[in-house]
Structures are given as structure tokens and as C-alpha cells.
Write a protein that binds this ligand. Structure first.
Ligand SMILES: Cc1cc2nc3c(=O)[nH]c(=O)nc-3n(C[C@H](O)[C@H](O)[C@H](O)COP(=O)(O)OP(=O)(O)OC[C@H]3O[C@@H](n4cnc5c(N)ncnc54)[C@H](O)[C@@H]3O)c2cc1C
Length: 391
């Protein structure tokens, strides 16, 4: 098979890239290779779907501003697409809360966000309590409330982009990329698990936590590893007012979901790698012993809850600084790019990153938002560009 652009991995990132390429009307034949249409092991459906503008790195704020508007108007943006899922955008905002230790950074971040036009309000603890009476932990000194933020259904986001991309002509092939050929001009073709070969002029590696394995096929080295993150869904016996997505300095977060709440906390102590059974080892009793006490200390009404389910997802984590790597990465191969290493930000940044990948494929440069600070060069120079404060 021959095409113009071949995308490796059809999660939310690969599908957003395919959509923006199709939308440009200039991309020609776009093929997405995705082995698992159930997306059982992909990161995207396991995410919390949070879409926020509260970041410390300017590009992350700018990407969020674009993505937030895009998700809010998703159906209008993509137009008349058959079977387009409802993204379920819930506009209940985000609230970051900090102790004295986190106050200065929260103030600095808010200032930067406001400079980009983000409605980010600093509120003291009494005001946090006035707006959200269920939040009650007296070492909180400050909150930052972004009422325009919210969350989407991650699976609907993925399928929304996929259906929109297919509607614009992208072809999805159900197979795994197992090999790659290249010559002095760049990557030439992909070998697939079903025996097919896909030749293309341009390649995009959006294989999520598997991205480094694909990179190796053309001699590339991406410092991105799978990192297990467990989430939980619980119901509370007490009435709780409509809350935003709440996050504190420990990384603990929760948000309303249906009749209950979804949330968790990254376990910063664990080693990278895929975890397939959270009933054993480190994560056995994790909710009862670690997460629940922390949640109940922030929202005392969570003393009375029933845990309904827990599940594992895997961040693609950039080991240098936890932020995205975008662009070329493979020595001597200018026609393959990636977008990877999103930690917990990939769903909210997918529209902006899909647009950027499309620009790199078609124009060879960023035409809207300059993301060059997030390229692999910072890894080679060992210059981390990390989020400061709540990540
Ligand atoms: C617990 C948790 C909570 C999160 N919460 C949020 C949140 O609130 N907000 C937010 O924005 N983000 C959140 N994230 C992060 C977000 O889910 C990810 O950043 C995003 O889904 C990454 O999308 P992706 O398309 O890069 O990866 P994936 O969804 O993993 O897609 C990669 C695809 O590549 C395919 N693939 C793998 N190997 C091959 C191969 N050899 N050939 C072809 N294809 C291949 C896989 O099948 C997969 O479908 C969370 C993540 C987790 C784990």
C-alpha cells in the first residue's frame, strides 16, 4: 500500500493528527495503523478527561486555550459526521488548592495564565469554603479556580476524532507496526503484523506508551516510558455540591462522574513498566490505605463512600521532565515525527497537537503555535522544561 502520510497508533493523538490532515484538504492519502480498535490497552480511554488551562509552561497554557475552545465547539468544528459521539463536555471548572509551601508558585502560575487571557481566580481558603463547602482542610491557604475548564469523556474524544478523520478520508488498518525500512532520504515503509507493507512520504509516531519501541525501528531514542497510574470510581453516601475537578500539591485529584466520583493520585514511587494486575503487589489495597484517607482529609464527606471500581492506565512519561516531545527525533530521518510523553495531559492537548503534527507534515514547520521548545533538542541538551507546581 502507498499513501502520503502514515500514522503509527490511532489513539486520540494519532486520530487528531489524521483529522487535522484531512481537514487541511492538502494531505492526500492518510493511513492510520492501529492494532486494537477496542482500545483496551491504549492510554486514552483510561484517562480522566480533564481539560484545564492551569499550567506553568506557556505552551501548555496556549495549547489548552485552543483545545478547550475546540472541545467546547467540537460538533460544529468537525461538521456533519455520521455517528459522531457526544463528548459530554462538562463545564464545572478546575480548582487547584495549595498549602503555604505551594502558595508562591500558584500565584506566579496564575499570573502567567491570566496573561494569556485565562480566567484564573486566586481565592483564599474562606472563599474556597464559600464556593465549595465540602472542601475542608485547614492547611489550605490558597486556591486557583478556573471556572471555564472542565472535562470530556475520553473515549468519546478519541472516537470523535477517529470518526471525523475517517469521514474526511483517513483509512484505519487493524494491524501492528513491526518494522521499518529507510534509506539515505529517510523512512520509506512500515512492515505490519498482517504482512502488508505501507509506503509513505511522511510518518507520524503516536504510539503512546509504546512510542520508544517504534522509535528504535529507525534508530531513534525517545526517553519515554510507560508509567502505571491507577484510578478509582466511588460513590458517596452524603450529598456533595457540584464540584470542579479538584487537585492538590500531592497530585491527588478527583472530579464528579455520574452518581459518584473518579480520581486518584500518581504513585511517584513505582518503577516504569506495564502493570497488568493491580490486585497484587504495590496496588493491592492502594485505595483503602493511601487514596481514601487523603481524599477524606480534603473532603470529610468522603469518609462515607463505597469503592465501585479501580483500573490501571499507563502514562507515556518523558523521563527528562514529564512534558511532551514533539517533532523530528530520528537521526538522518527528516520525514518522521512524533508527539509523545504527555503524562496526564494528552487528552486536553490533542486538538492543539493534532493541528501541530498536521502542520509539520504539510509545511515542515509550526504555522500557528510555535512548539519548538518542546522538541527533542532539550533532551539532548539536558535542559528540562518541567511543569512547576501542581502537575
Ligand atoms: C489514569 C490516567 C488519567 C489521565 N487523565 C488525564 C486527564 O484528565 N486529562 C488529559 O488530558 N490526559 C489525561 N491522561 C493522559 C492521556 O490519557 C494521554 O496523554 C493520552 O490518552 C495519550 O494519547 P495517545 O494517543 O498518545 O496514546 P494512546 O491512547 O495510548 O494511543 C496509542 C496507540 O498506539 C497503538 N500502538 C501501540 N503499539 C503500536 C504498534 N506497534 N503499531 C501501531 N500502533 C500501535 C496502541 O494500540 C494505542 O491505541 C491520563 C492518563 C491516565 C493513565
Amino acid at each position: 500500500m502507498k499513501c502520503d502520510v502514515a500514522i503509527i497508533g490511532g489513539g486520540i493523538m494519532g486520530s487528531a493528527a489524521a483529522y487535522f490532515l484531512g481537514r487541511s484538504g492538502k494531505a492526500g492519502e492518510v493511513v492510520v495503523i492501529e492494532p486494537d480498535p477496542s482500545y483496551q490497552f491504549a492510554t486514552t480511554p483510561q484517562g480522566a478527561g480533564g481539560v484545564r488551562q492551569q499550567f506553568s509552561v506557556a505552551e501548555n497554557i496556549q495549547m489548552s486555550c485552543f483545545s478547550l475552545d475546540f472541545y467546547k465547539g467540537f460538533a460544529d468544528e468537525v461538521g456533519d459526521v455520521p455517528d459522531l459521539p457526544d463528548l459530554g463536555f462538562t463545564s464545572q471548572g478546575y480548582l487547584f488548592v495549595v498549602t503555604r509551601d505551594g502558595e508562591e508558585i500558584l500565584r506566579r502560575n496564575q499570573e502567567l495564565q491570566a496573561s494569556f487571557g485565562v480566567k484564573a481566580e486566586l481565592i483564599d481558603y474562606p472563599e474556597v469554603r464559600r464556593r465549595f463547602p465540602s472542601i475542608e482542610r485547614d492547611n489550605i491557604v490558597l486556591g486557583c479556580h478556573t471556572p471555564d475548564d472542565g472535562w470530556i469523556d475520553p473515549n468519546a474524544g478519541l472516537w470523535g476524532f477517529r470518526r471525523a478523520a475517517e469521514h474526511l478520508g483517513a483509512t484505519y488498518i487493524k494491524a501492528r507496526v513491526t518494522g521499518m525500512t529507510s534509506d539515505e532520504h529517510g523512512v520509506r515503509s512500515l512492515t505490519l503484523s498482517d504482512g502488508q507493507t505501507v509506503e509513505a512520504d511522511f510518518f507520524i509516531n503516536t504510539a503512546g506508551p509504546w512510542v520508544a519501541d517504534i522509535a528504535k525501528m529507525s534508530g531513534g531514542d525517545l526517553p519515554v516510558v510507560p508509567m502505571c497510574r491507577v484510578q478509582h470510581y466511588w460513590k458517596c453516601a452524603n450529598d456533595v455540591e457540584p464540584l470542579p475537578l479538584v487537585k492538590d500539591e500531592s497530585g491527588m485529584f478527583f472530579r464528579p462522574e455520574g452518581e459518584g466520583f473518579v480520581g486518584g493520585r500518581p504513585s511517584f514511587e513505582i518503577e516504569p513498566g506495564f502493570v497488568d494486575d493491580i490486585g497484587r503487589g504495590y496496588f493491592a489495597n492502594y485505595f483503602e490505605e493511601t487514596i481514601w484517607p487523603m481524599m477524606a482529609a480534603l473532603v470529610p464527606k468522603f469518609e462515607e463512600i463505597r469503592l465501585e471500581s479501580s483500573w490501571a492506565g499507563h502514562y507515556a512519561q518523558n523521563t527528562l521532565d514529564g512534558n511532551m516531545i514533539i517533532g523530528r527525533y530520528s537521526p538522518g530521518h527528516d520525514n518522521i515525527v512524533t508527539a509523545c510523553g504527555f503524562s496526564g495531559h494528552g487528552i486536553m492537548h490533542a486538538p492543539a497537537v493534532g493541528r501541530a503534527l498536521s502542520e509539520l507534515a504539510l509545511a515542515g514547520r509550526y504555522e500557528t503555535l510555535d512548539l519548538s521548545r518542546l522538541e527533542i533538542g532539550r533532551v539532548h541538551r539536558n535542559e528540562p522544561l518541567a511543569e512547576i507546581g501542581i502537575k
